[in-house]
Design a protein. Structure first.
Length: 100
């Protein structure tokens, strides 16, 4: 639980400092890895990043972003991106239920 709280604060820091990260999880993940874990995101092998067990997973970072944006309106992305995420969530729910 402590690791997630620490990750949550790192994600919130990136969202506050870098507004583009609010709309793009790839930018957010890159920021977290570069600023807090010393990963050279421009030169790192994707495979190496994925297999590095010391790094938080993409999904953990995404979930921390989702939680932060639900709690703090000033950390939310653009209204257009928020609408896209809601539509994507609806599509996934439909897919999960219907399987199509």
């Amino acid at each position: 639980m402590g690791r997630l709280k620490t990750l949550q604060s790192k994600v919130e820091d990136i969202l506050a400092k870098y507004p583009k990260a609010r709309d793009d999880d790839r930018i957010l993940i890159g920021g977290v890895y570069a600023l807090y874990y010393g990963v050279d995101v421009s030169g790192a092998s994707f495979k190496d990043v994925l297999l590095d067990k010391t790094l938080p997973s993409f999904e953990s970072i995404r979930r921390c972003r989702q939680k932060a944006q639900a709690e703090y309106e000033d950390l939310r992305g653009s209204k257009a991106r928020e609408a896209e995420r809601i539509e994507a969530q609806k599509d996934f729910i439909k897919y999960a239920i219907e399987g199509e």
